[in-house]
Design a binder for this molecule. Sequence first.
Ligand SMILES: Nc1ncnc2c1ncn2[C@@H]1O[C@H](COP(=O)(O)OP(=O)(O)OP(=O)(O)O)[C@@H](O)[C@H]1O
Ligand SMILES: [Mg+2]
Length: 386
Amino acid sequence: MSQKNFYRRRTLAARLTKLITQVAVGSAAASGVFLTAPRRTGKSTFAREDLRPALEEAGAIVLYADLWKDPTKDPGAVIVETVREAIGCDEKLMSRLAIAPGLEAVSVGRVSFNVNNIGLGKEIGLTKAFEALSDEAKKLIVLIIDETQHAITTDEGVAALFALKAARDELNSSKHYGLRIVCIGSNQNKLAMLRNSSEEAFFGASMVQLPMLDKDFVDWYCKGLDLPHDLYPFDVFQLFQESGYRPEILSAAADGIRFDLTVGPKAILVRFAELVRAQAEALNASLKMVIHSLTPIQSAVICVMGAKGEGFAPFESSTMELYAKAIANAGIATSEPRIEVPDVQLALMALQERKLVWKTSRGVYTIEEQVIVDLLREDGLLDDLV
Ligand SMILES: Nc1ncnc2c1ncn2[C@@H]1O[C@H](COP(=O)(O)OP(=O)(O)OP(=O)(O)O)[C@@H](O)[C@H]1O
Ligand SMILES: [Mg+2]
């Protein structure tokens, strides 16, 4: 897609660039900045199309790691690969690393440094790699990690985050040119796990709510639509808000009109509104179907988890009682009213498989998306469960 197909958010990018690059006295931004917004509302597009160029313009080197780029790869490996790529692009740096102590000297004039020597537990750890990059470029480095929460689902991912913490602390010392880490994710609870406890790699990092795409986006969008009849931005913005600020819902509705040759110009806005609402409902309907196909114990576990929020402890006796209560509330008579720990374990695994529940490598559970909690609450399934 060319840049023309994106609405540019330059003012927002400039504000964030300042926040990330110029750390005020007493600000926690040097520990890292967490950017969060709901699913499909434009976080990655903003990071790639607006924030990255703005940071580069401000004189920083920007590395971008999308931990969901390849779901078959360990998130830790993706972080390491991003650093390898950045170093691999710089021949001077490669030769400098090749003659670093501990490595075999290279033949003069030919770089034989292998980037695979960089990594967790390798000759060149992440701190050393970042130090080399920093000293060579003499610039601030910003590492943007998209879908950061994914890192804490594997041991290698957690190790990479701790290695980055060490690299960040070293580079932010007066000897080098600084390293800022920007973490992006849609679920605040998951991101909070990375920064809340003092053992976590990003303790104290700032959490920033990325604003939603605004009215100006909708104006820009309506101008570029090229439908047989113009849409009124005022009405479209209302629909956009109603459907959770997700541009794809507007685009799917617009396609619905483009490919429907029976809609006359005058009926377009009405049809557009119908299609937007139908899209938003269809998304929820498929999620509802998954929720309604759960077994009583799976349903009880997810409801208690939703009601408890961050304080959810799956195997505590009080929680076990709540599962039984949830089953009773649902009016399901079971011949086996006692719920045992292995039942809960199995239910948690099944919920994970259905992508309703998420688990960190340390065994902490949370509901995959806020919208799931909202749907359970709407159905009254969370009442009396705290
Ligand atoms: N500034 C923009 N201009 C035009 N389209 C946009 C813009 N921002 C987002 N979109 C569109 O909205 C959709 C979702 O964007 P994007 O993937 O950036 O969202 P996200 O918040 O990163 O999603 P996820 O939660 O899945 O990571 C994409 O189809 C994208 O093209
Ligand atoms: Mg994204």
